[in-house]
Design a protein around this ligand. Structure first.
Ligand SMILES: [Zn+2]
Length: 340
């Protein structure tokens, strides 16, 4: 029986552990109504806590909505806030482990994505958007974030001897840095268009966040999903983006990392062939490579990851509608070179 697996074993600490709280600053643009058509806040979802200096009438419509409203560990969480009536500089803070994307604003609406670490304990947390640069405009919006419990798959298996032959600590460290840099390099605005599509059709053989004990070693988490398919099957980009890495790595084998903008990237490992080059713009549905078993793998499959900055999130969630709340808005002409 073939053992199908593969992940960034041996060289990635769960980055999300390192980020307990994120803080971002941004400028708010001119006022306008940027809410998606027909989208109104649910009263039950809205929690507004104006600072004392704010007149009630200036805050009655301001709100925060979360998508999904009750996220799980390993989800990405879309934050939608507004209409913001202040032009002061907002700060976004949250008290659960994870990382936040760059912040978008369309008119007076604000959008951001938080990658929630898969090791987050289920609990009720807080998210705060505050603007205090100008005392006359100071405001604080608060929202409770209830993160539910999620049971992750557990598995135990062995790898054939020799699969790590030739690996060196120095090269692994170098590749770890290559991956970190590729995920860190991002366009500030979303590059995606329409819904995300599947990069490959096939059977999921290892789930996101799975707890895996390999050869009796301490448990490691699976930062992506494994999709089994025949060697040579084309793998397509689930949406538009810029190729940030296209290289052959020890554990990842032939690997491609695509920046979809706004700190959202997708990663493809163990490819048999790579059909794209670093710096290239790739379209939604365009072939990036073919399924293989290069690197730390014993059977043909795709290891697919989605990250918010360095925090892995469940790739299957990308097919939900949540990201569509964030306007794409990035001018096509700015994508004319891709060499950034
Ligand atoms: Zn994998």
């Amino acid at each position: 029986m073939k053992v199908i697996l593969g992940q960034r074993l041996f060289f990635l600490l769960p980055a999300c552990i390192l980020v307990a709280t994120s803080l971002f600053l941004l400028k708010v643009g001119p006022e306008s109504t940027g809410a998606p058509p027909g989208h109104q806040p649910d009263e039950k979802e809205v929690a507004i806590k104006p600072a004392e200096s704010i007149k009630a009438e200036t805050t009655t419509d301001e709100h925060i909505i979360l998508h999904p409203s009750t996220p799980e560990p390993g989800n990405f969480l879309v934050i939608e806030a507004g209409p913001l009536k202040s032009t002061a500089t907002p700060e976004i803070e949250f008290d659960f482990p994870g990382e936040i994307s760059s912040v978008q604003h369309t008119g007076n609406m604000l959008y951001a994505v938080v990658g929630i670490c898969y090791e987050t304990e289920p609990d009720r947390y807080n998210l705060t958007i505050s603007k205090s640069a100008n005392p006359t405009e100071s405001l604080e919006l608060q929202k409770a974030v209830s993160i539910g419990e999620k049971k992750f798959q557990e598995s135990r298996f062995s790898m054939p001897t020799g699969v790590t032959e030739g690996w060196t600590p120095d090269r692994l460290a170098e590749e770890r840095e290559m991956i970190r840099e590729a995920m860190a390099k991002t366009e500030p605005h979303p590059l995606w268009i329409k819904r995300f599509i599947e990069p490959l059709e096939g059977r999921i053989t290892s789930e996101f966040g799975a707890i895996r004990i390999i050869d009796g070693n301490p448990p490691r988490r699976h930062d992506g999903i494994d999709i089994a398919a025949e060697e040579g099957t084309p793998v397509v980009s689930p949406n538009r983006g810029i190729v940030r890495l296209a290289d052959s790595l020890l554990a990842g084998g032939k690997t491609v990392i695509i920046d979809h903008g706004m700190d959202l990237s997708s990663t493809y490992m163990h490819l048999d062939s790579i059909e794209v080059k670093k710096g290239q713009i790739i379209d939604r549905g365009e072939v990036l490579g073919t399924v293989g078993m290069t690197g730390y793998a014993t059977g043909p499959h795709l290891h697919w990851e989605v990250n918010i900055s360095q925090t892995p999130v469940n790739p299957e969630q990308i097919f939900d509608n949540d990201l569509l709340w964030i306007p794409c808005g990035y001018a096509a002409k700015k994508l004319s070179t891709g060499h950034q």
